[in-house]
Design a protein around this ligand. Sequence first.
Ligand code: NOJ
Length: 748
Amino acid sequence: MKIIKASFLTVLIFFVISCQPKKVGLQDNDYYKKVDSLMKLMTLQEKIGQTVMYSGGWSVTGPIISDNNISYIKNGDVGAMLNVYTAEGTRKLQEIAVNETRLGIPLLFGYDVIHGFKTIFPINLAAASSWDLDDIEKTSRIAADEASSSGIHWTFAPMLDVARDPRWGRISEGAGEDVFLTSKTAEAYVKGFQGDNLYDKTTILACAKHFVGYGAAQAGRDYHTVNMGEGELRNVYLPPFKAAIDAGVETFMTAFNELNGVPATANKFLYKEILRNEWKFNGFVVTDYTAINELIKHGFAKDAKEATKLAMNAGIDMDMMSSANRKYLSSLVKEGSLQENQVNEACRRVLLAKYKLGLFDNPYKYIDKDREKNTIYKREYLNAARHSAAISSVLLKNDARTLPLNKTQKIALIGPLANDKRHILGNWAAAGDRKGKAASVYDGFKEYLPKNRIFYAKGCEIDSKEKENFTKAISTANKADMIVLVLGEDYNMSGEAASRSSIKLPGNQTSLLKALRNKFPKKKIVLVLMNGRPLDLSEEELLTDAILEAWFPGTMGGLGIADVLFGTYNPSGKLPVTFPRNVGQIPIYYNMKNTGRPIPENNPKQDYKSNYLDIPNTPLYPFGHGLSYTKFTYSNVTLSSKSNTYSSSLEATVDIKNDGDYDGFEIAQLYIHDKVGSVTRPVKELKGFKKIFLKKGETKTITFTINAENLKFYNSNMEYTVEPGEFEIAIQGSSDFKFKNTFVLEDI
Ligand code: NOJ
């Protein structure tokens, strides 16, 4: 044994000397050569080991499986670990892999760094509400810096599942309902996590998940069945993943759902045909947690051995927590049910990632206690989190200029989330501290008002039927000039396995609002919401003067929210997802199809039209909606030409004027409508957006360029194509508008 180890060390030393830091591209032949030479030394068992991942269980993100992970590491049966972090903790495990296994191959440490690592940024749906790609890239860079200083090499993010059902708890983890916006955020997340150079110790591997269709779970119930035509798959659900590949994402994760009868984790069409053959993806694919074993429950594999074979045949490289590869791959190869080459491919891809990170040069590269201490919760990072919270909040309504708050008033701050430091981080808050590190809204208010002008009462719990604290809330409100009510969801009501059949505020919170409104019909009530999904706010809309959707805003959330409420930051967020009037409208999204019987504009009540008898078709708040303390006026839309060709491009310009009393940012959105197609096209499609700053009174002209590439879609033959004809076009501050301009795409 010693001799083998010594000879390996010689080889390893060769690697160490020859492996100089440099920028690495996917086609880097040197790295492939190094992997191949190492693989020549590896037994089948050791190669299989690289395709196995176990949880350290320090964070719980799935059912814990009682396998003896340490002894597996010692045997070389494990290539990666999840849910372990800290420089000290990861070092212990890495030392075992490096010093006690035959070949000393370092472990890869993965973790769910979803919207921050220790410094928690607003949840991803909130980040998408900022429409600020630079900020998403910057905060992902910060998350990577913090996580990597704590031993992490790999994040299981970004989640790129387009989601149009607010009952689904995981809508909070993505960028909402739109394919274009989700694709743009995909690029920003990947760039942020992976940086320009994976060899740099502050960068980590990103993981595009969950491939694919997970957001379309039937009835919004997590893990549920997904059926969809290939056209919808290609036009809506796949593009964000392709965008991640174009941005250089190194890994993919499978989805828990089945797609058209075949579970994603064993779906050859998805992995072999699309991911590898069409998109030429070279990185590795990991299963979701225990997903290979779940092929049995899906009714797709008779036992774990067959499930292992099906996943490997589909092109899946790493097994997260099923123990399937470890237990069955070797016998499947030995009995000829799988080719050794399939295992080689999987192992090769995992090793390649480890080389790119530089782990063969220094397995402890990411493990540095001093760096960890100096990186986590840096003042600069906390300030960035405060800014992100402010730019991610969306002002849904603001009657009679209720906001910004007047600093000379006495304010009653009421609600179960008004002084909360726990839920404010949202779900998937990684290693975030829920025990007091976060700044509550109350903390934020203390920065703007003297204590004797803030009157606080909790009012009720988030999800309880009791009303006994209403009296205290009413007497507190009685002392103040106006009321700020902070309501919302428990952080565990969104995220994984957190679907809800009702999307109303839970518990007695709406009753608390009603009680306050009844008692104080003249007092202004501002509702601040913290939640992980669009809510049914039809009652709240009628009872309040202003509503700020703060989502779950993170570690510095309370300060960022106060900055918005008191006018230090003029709100600029826009909804990345539609807010329905009630749960019966779901799924509702702005880029729907017209149907053969749309309701006429002038007579929405006409019979035999596509409508509801009891409510309008329109949502409560549309996609792209979000108010500012100032007013932006759009005028003079001009097109550089009324027609366009396949090879030319057209410029659309618009003047945007800040017509109000505050400086502010506006997010201008470009929409088009392909009027007639060989397959029907959505009534509106977002094709561009720009975040611009305008001083009060200022006008700016902005330009979008439209070319054939922006107009392409998958037709019924699954060709990605553009069709000539008439298009409608608009540049607006929300998706709620009627088109007035058209251009023609000529067939030349
Ligand atoms: C299950 C989740 O679906 C996935 O998103 C996550 O990355 C893994 N668990 C690991 O925690």
